[in-house]
Ligand binder design. Structure first.
Ligand SMILES: [Zn+2]
Ligand SMILES: [Zn+2]
Length: 127
């Protein structure tokens, strides 16, 4: 939550990412953008974006732009705001499962999926 000092109205900003113009109303595009996009812009069914959501969305958008400009992969940009739910942390990791029978030592252990079958940590280390 951003706290505004007393007597100071929060300034509505154009809803379009990358546009810093003042808007008549929070959640709406500025006059310039409205004129530029005309019929392409329309109010979504949901409630208008709050200033907070808009700021977060913009910071994410800008982070993605920065990576794109640097020739990087935007998918690698960590989500701004540090969302607790990050479901893609295991992407690229080999699958691990407890109580699998290792194909080398034939023991039931926590194994990692390898090309030829499950392999326990011990055998992985030996190789
Ligand atoms: Zn605008
Ligand atoms: Zn093993």
């Amino acid at each position: 939550m951003t706290s505004t000092s007393e007597g100071e109205l929060p300034v509505a900003r154009c809803v379009l990412p990358g546009c810093g113009n003042a808007a008549e109303e929070q959640g709406l595009p500025c006059g310039e953008c409205a004129a530029a996009f005309g019929a392409h812009l329309r109010q979504t069914d949901g409630p208008p974006m709050t200033a907070e959501v808009q700021a977060k969305r913009d910071s994410e958008t800008h982070a993605t732009y920065a990576v794109l400009l640097a020739g990087g992969n935007p998918a690698a940009v960590p989500a701004a705001g540090g969302s607790a739910a990050a479901p893609s942390t295991t992407v690229g990791q080999p699958e691990r499962k407890a109580n699998q029978r290792c194909w080398m030592c034939e023991q039931r252990r926590t194994c990692t999926r390898q090309a030829h079958g499950w392999e326990c940590d011990r055998c992985l280390e030996i190789r």
